[in-house]
Ligand binder design. Structure first.
Ligand code: NAD
Length: 356
């Protein structure tokens, strides 16, 4: 684990991003002193890997296969995991291994956080989005019909093991959605990462474990500074205030999460520009890189400004009725902005909806 990134939150844990590393799970568990039974909760697209992993983890380990996709991030799926773990007589020393995208990671992580008042969890992300964002940082949870991610808990994993070779089967659209979060990391904190992503070939770049690792490192750094999202970590919400609202209005699963974030970044960059925080060049560079990765950059038709505003104000980022925005100043630097006049938000949204 020498070249692992290290998160200090929770018990402290390594984040390994490499090629051909998933088979090493039992070795890492031993090194971390995790000796309980392993319960693998796996995305259905990883069935073959999950079956081999279960064999590698020994006879006592169990396997539950679930469908991925946003519609699975609900109370019914959570109950299926509880049913499985309880029928397998789960114990406090056991370990849940979440093998899948952000959906499996969030819901299985929440099951681990809550079953028998909390057991260890290992995140094995298999989508680019889960690698660069959701697997690190301990946010777990499910959606509620009244809001995305509204039920959940902070539960830091004991290990994140990301094998970039597992991305080979990921559909191009899902891959692009993952790049949206990596690009976001570049905009908020790492100008060189942004520049290197702009030069990379979107279809090949995921083979470059170093590039993926650098995108993950931004998340690790931010979580290390601010585990509970009091300050710095809120910057990771760039693109998410509008993005979450779009996902919810269109119905989960219509836009992929990363696609919604890409559109959200476009809106929020315009907002930053209107407020005099950034120049037009930032918007141009951001638009170009999102298009390079075949990501959407305009708001889908059929959505109105009042609808968006209403959903945005139900967001968890609202404090005392005010939205807190993560807005860019330059590529590589962002800040949290409060008290943005509602009329300014309305006007930016109206312009973008008219253009879309
Ligand atoms: N916890 C956090 O901090 C955090 C951060 C960002 C996003 N998220 C959450 O992550 C979720 C989105 O994650 P996602 O984009 O990974 O979605 P996902 O988990 O639904 O995966 C996307 C699709 O890819 C499939 N899939 C997964 N791995 C595959 C592989 N290797 N090969 C082929 N297909 C594969 C899945 O079955 C699914 O159909 C959202 O619910 C979002 O809220 C959480």
């Amino acid at each position: 684990m020498n070249d692992a990134l290290q998160v200090t939150a929770g018990f402290g844990y390594p984040v390994i991003v490499a090629a051909d590393c998933w088979q090493q799970l039992p070795i890492y568990l031993t090194q971390l002193g995790l000796s309980g039974r392993v319960h693998i909760v796996a995305d259905q697209h990883l069935q073959s890997v999950a079956t081999q992993l279960r064999i590698a983890c020994g006879d006592a380990s169990t396997l539950l296969i679930l469908p991925g996709g946003e519609t699975s991030k609900d109370s019914a799926t959570l109950m299926t995991i509880y049913d499985h773990l309880l029928s397998q007589r789960v114990e406090r020393s056991d370990i849940v291994v979440a093998l899948g995208g952000g959906v499996i990671g969030d819901v299985a992580g929440f099951a681990a956080a809550t079953i028998v008042r909390g057991i260890a969890c290992v995140q094995m992300p298999t989508t680019l989005l889960a690698m660069v964002d959701s697997a690190v940082g301990g946010k777990t949870g499910i959606n509620h019909p009244l809001g995305k991610n509204m039920i959940g808990a902070f539960h830091q994993p004991r290990l994140v093991l990301a094998d970039v070779n597992l991305l080979k089967t990921l559909p191009a659209r899902e891959l692009a959605a993952g790049w949206a979060e990596a690009i976001k990391h570049g905009v908020i904190r790492d100008a060189q990462l942004f520049a290197d992503l702009a030069q990379a070939d979107p279809q090949q770049a995921f083979f470059d474990a170093t590039l993926v690792r650098r995108a993950v490192a931004v998340k690790v750094d931010v979580v290390n500074i601010d585990e509970r999202e009091q300050a710095e970590r809120m910057l990771l919400n760039y693109g998410h205030t509008v993005g979450h609202a779009l996902e919810q209005l269109l119905g989960y699963g219509v836009l992929l999460h990363g696609e919604a974030v890409a559109i959200g970044m476009q809106v929020e960059a315009r907002l930053a520009h209107t407020l005099g925080l950034c120049d037009d060049h930032l918007i141009q560079r951001q638009t170009a890189i999102l298009q390079h990765y075949q990501l959407p950059t305009t708001i889908s038709q059929g959505i109105t400004v009042p609808q968006l505003l209403e959903v945005m104000h139900r967001d968890k980022k609202v404090q005392a009725g005010q939205l807190r925005w993560a807005l860019p100043r330059t590529i590589g630097q962002a800040e949290i902005v409060r008290n943005v006049p509602i009329a300014t938000v309305q006007s930016v949204l109206s312009t973008l909806i008219a253009e879309g």
